[in-house]
Design a protein around this ligand. Structure first.
Ligand code: PXP
Length: 307
């Protein structure tokens, strides 16, 4: 059997296992144990048997954030366009999960969107939330697959900085414990700074999501040195986090090119992407842009595997 046929079979198996393995329940409630050790054990075993062309790479999941569909809907205070419909379309096009941020001021996603997402979609929900009693109560009532703790200020346009885990240890440790005890996989959205990463491990969050906004901004504005420095910070932060047994996600400001680049980091197993996809969907249609994003991520992974 020649190499390309073998690779094709391997990829088909990997995609199958991706769907099966990546959301398998054992990741719930892990504290301090590398969650992906179990999640990837089977796919990497099979991979390892047949692929000898590069490092083993875990699958890279795509979480589609539908907040901005709700932003457009809310411009008219009505029901159209419906973020739940967008979520279903994104899933049909290859999204592995749906992210939605219920902000304190309900500026985009509303409470009934969260309830409808939970009731109507077939893939996991990643519930983005501030670490407040109100949001914890909603998370516990809804029971999403995952919750991502983010900082929130009323006056900000979007989630502007990472969570200060180091400075809020006790409060966050308690919120993480309440959510994890309810079987929710908790991530903290942080800058790729060693102090924050180590603090994330100390509050016993099983997952971090690295804030890619500063890197993406620097890329978009052509600030090459800053982009390079941010990239190193992300890469080193991802390595540190995995070493501490944390599962690593990333998101904010990603587009096709940056998603393809970051897909080369094997420590990162999930990207959460919203604004670019919804913006690009205006021109190309949501299903198509999710497919093109999927392909860009796969290309990045494949290149790194062959490196
Ligand atoms: N991850 C987190 C934690 C976020 O707050 C956001 C923005 O809502 C995203 C990912 C997605 O960012 P973007 O909409 O820029 O793709």
């Amino acid at each position: 059997m020649n190499a390309s046929i073998l690779l094709g079979y391997t990829e088909a198996i990997r995609r199958r296992l991706h769907g099966f393995g990546c959301w398998s329940q054992p990741t719930y409630g892990f504290r301090g144990t590398p969650p992906s050790a179990i999640v990837y054990a089977v796919p990497e075993f099979i991979w390892g048997m047949s692929v000898t062309i590069g490092p083993a790479m875990p699958p890279l999941r795509l979480g589609v954030n539908v907040d901005h569909v709700a932003t457009i809907r809310n411009a008219r205070f009505g029901h159209y366009p419906d973020p739940v419909r967008a979520a279903k379309l994104a899933i049909a096009a290859g999204a592995d999960s749906i992210t939605a941020h219920l902000r304190e001021d309900r500026r985009h996603i509303r409470d009934d969107d969260i309830a409808r997402l939970k009731a109507e979609i077939s893939k996991p929900i990643n519930f983005e939330m501030a670490a407040t009693d109100e949001m914890v109560a909603i998370a516990l009532k809804t029971g999403p697959h995952a919750a991502c703790l983010v900082p929130e200020r009323r006056e900000e346009r979007t989630t502007e900085g990472g969570l200060d885990v180091a400075g809020q240890h006790n409060m966050l440790a308690s919120v993480v414990a309440r959510l994890v005890d309810a079987g929710i996989r908790v991530s903290v959205f942080i800058a790729a700074e060693p102090r924050q990463i180590e603090s994330a491990a100390r509050v016993r969050a099983p997952v971090i999501e690295i804030h890619t906004g500063p890197w993406c901004d620097a890329l978009g504005e052509g600030r090459r040195d800053a982009a390079e420095a941010e990239w190193r910070r992300i890469r080193d932060g991802a390595t540190l986090a995995r070493g501490l047994g944390l599962e690593v996600h990333a998101g904010h400001g990603l587009n096709y090119a940056s998603a393809e680049t970051i897909a080369a980091l094997p420590e990162i197993v999930e990207l959460n992407i919203g604004h670019f996809l919804v913006g690009e969907a205006i021109f190309e249609g949501l299903a198509d842009v999710v497919k093109v994003m999927r392909a860009a991520m796969d290309r990045g992974r494949a290149k790194a595997r062959q490196a």
